[in-house]
Design a protein around this ligand. Structure first.
Ligand SMILES: CC(C)(COP(=O)(O)OP(=O)(O)OC[C@H]1O[C@@H](n2cnc3c(N)ncnc32)[C@H](O)[C@@H]1OP(=O)(O)O)[C@@H](O)C(=O)NCCC(=O)NCCS
Length: 160
């Protein structure tokens, strides 16, 4: 298994993987497509095994008003046939060691039980606009003490 940045040729496979990992929703595929089409900065890595994309992770800008204040991790996805074999954990650990990621505040909206293992801590501030009471909102290197609602790229909005 190899972890690397995706090449343009990988995206058909990345989108197939996202459809499989999130079978009830086209949100994740559309999100990544829109971020690319609109030229947004996205930091991405894929796991390749036998010429197939088996896992994908992406980070995009988080905002405090107009200012970039960190990165949102979304989505992380592993091919259903190979889930629960440590691949998602390995890709996440790899991404968190990369220069552009390890110097930034990272936010994630996800299952606290899963993300706490990697150093994410539940955070009360900033407020996540997609989560009630920040119950599933975690962060790393977050020193926010002021109350504000963290911004996402507009492509995160349904229909955005
Ligand atoms: C969540 C996900 C990325 C984890 O990757 P993985 O390779 O299957 O997970 P690993 O084998 O590295 O780790 C296994 C752990 O993840 C947990 N896990 C598996 N699927 C999960 C899910 N949908 N939500 C939360 N935790 C999950 C397992 O319970 C296990 O926890 P344990 O070690 O305490 O027993 C992967 O299962 C997936 O793509 N799921 C569907 C898409 C999704 O829900 N993504 C959420 C992130 S945005």
């Amino acid at each position: 298994m190899k972890i690397r940045k995706p090449t343009p040729d990988d995206y058909t496979k990345v989108f197939a993987l996202l459809r499989q990992a999130f079978p009830r929703s086209t949100y994740e595929v559309q999100l990544i497509e829109k971020l690319h089409n609109n030229g947004k900065i996205v930091h991405e890595w894929v796991c390749i095994h036998q010429n197939t994309v088996i896992a994908f992770i992406a980070f995009s800008h988080a905002f405090d008003g107009a200012k970039v204040c960190g990165l949102h991790l979304a989505p992380l996805a592993v091919k259903p046939q190979v889930q629960n074999q440590g691949i998602g954990s390995e890709l996440l650990r790899f991404a968190l060691r990369q220069e552009v990621i390890k110097e930034n505040t990272i936010f994630v909206l996800g299952n606290p039980k899963f993300y706490r293992k990697f150093g994410f801590e539940p955070c009360a501030l900033p407020l996540c606009p997609f989560d009630k009471n920040n119950a599933h909102f975690l962060s790393i290197r977050n020193t926010t003490s002021r109350q504000y609602t963290v911004g996402y790229e507009r492509e995160f909005k349904i229909g955005g």
